[in-house]
Design a protein around this ligand. Structure first.
Ligand SMILES: Nc1ncnc2c1ncn2[C@@H]1O[C@H](COP(=O)(O)OP(=O)(O)OP(=O)(O)O)[C@@H](O)[C@H]1O
Length: 285
């Protein structure tokens, strides 16, 4: 089973916002669409969801399932004055597939929401809303999910939990997930494959590893007694407390980590300092 957008074109008021955009997502795969504000992510997802029509191109979903696609575009739309179970039942009715009490509980459990909670969703945090919206999108078990900027507005804990949920849905349930974001770090951590969109055009398709390499010049290394490290000094690192900012040398960051281990410096983490502009600049050259 696969989902594909093929050569999609779209203009608003004579301005082309999608230029021959093609992408695909297979079952169980998490595919990212990474781009800055206004790049065309939401428009493409709306076209894939059938909410907006394309001027040219086609969306193809090969599946034998009844409901092919579930999704959240922009902010999750929920009935504020209903509780979570009532929301699921209301959306089930709209989708023409009434949800039993047992199924309601199972959908809430699947997205990690408290099945006992009975107050209206008006009181819910952004993270809880996203989860409930995903439960609604999962009604009738579509093989594909489209999530537009699901991480926006979440606190760091909410981001981690949502990422875990997305990964579980893909790995354990085989759902193909298309997810958009303007955050390189989030895409790198979450996705199997990433498309970069700029000015309505897909300008690259990469693995997370390749994107880290292309979007990163500096790494933040956390560890113990970094100020005593000769390796960091020799590599011109800027050290502040337990953190050192170091430029990746031509021989690769992994060699600095290896040298630090040999030197006896304890390292807790090494995180790339990603910059989306580096991905866009390369193409502008
Ligand atoms: N209905 C519309 N009418 C006119 N212009 C539109 C419409 N919808 C989107 N656009 C324009 O299309 C371009 C792409 O917008 P889109 O919302 O797809 O970008 P995005 O990458 O999702 O951005 P963001 O991350 O800010 O949501 C923007 O210039 C936007 O102003």
């Amino acid at each position: 089973m696969s989902l594909a957008a093929i050569q999609i074109q779209k203009s608003f008021n004579n301005t082309q916002v999608l230029k021959q955009v093609s992408l695909h997502c297979e079952q169980g795969e998490i595919v990212g669409l990474l781009g800055v504000n206004g790049a065309g992510k939401s428009t493409l997802f709306k076209i894939i969801m059938g909410l907006v029509s394309a001027d040219a191109g086609e969306v193809s979903i090969t599946t034998n399932k009844g409901k092919m696609l579930g999704g959240i575009i922009e902010k999750p739309a929920l009935y504020e004055y209903l509780n979570a179970a009532e929301n699921l039942r209301a959306f089930g009715k709209i989708q023409g597939a009434p949800v039993s009490d047992a199924a309601t509980t199972s959908y809430l459990e699947r997205v990690g929401l408290d099945t006992k909670r009975s107050d209206r969703v008006k009181n819910y945090s952004m993270g809880m809303r996203q989860r409930l919206a995903i439960a609604i999108a999962l009604l009738n078990d579509p093989p594909f999910l489209v999530l537009d900027e699901p991480f926006s507005g979440l606190d760091p804990m909410g981001v981690t939990r949502l990422r875990t949920l997305i990964m579980e849905l893909a790995r354990e349930r085989g759902i193909g997930i298309l997810v958009s974001s303007h955050l390189v770090d989030e895409m790198i951590r979450t996705c199997d494959r990433i498309y970069v969109i700029n000015n309505g055009k897909i300008i690259r398709e990469d693995t997370p590893r390749a994107l880290v390499e292309k979007s990163t010049s500096y790494y933040l290394i956390s560890g113990e007694h970094l100020e005593r490290s000769k390796v960091l000094r020799d590599n011109g690192a800027l050290i502040q407390g337990h953190t050192a900012r170091v430029k990746e040398p031509p021989k690769g960051i992994e060699n600095i980590i290896k040298d630090l281990a040999e030197e006896g410096t304890k390292v807790f983490s090494c995180v790339p300092e990603t910059d989306i502009k580096k991905l866009l600049d390369v193409v502008d050259e």
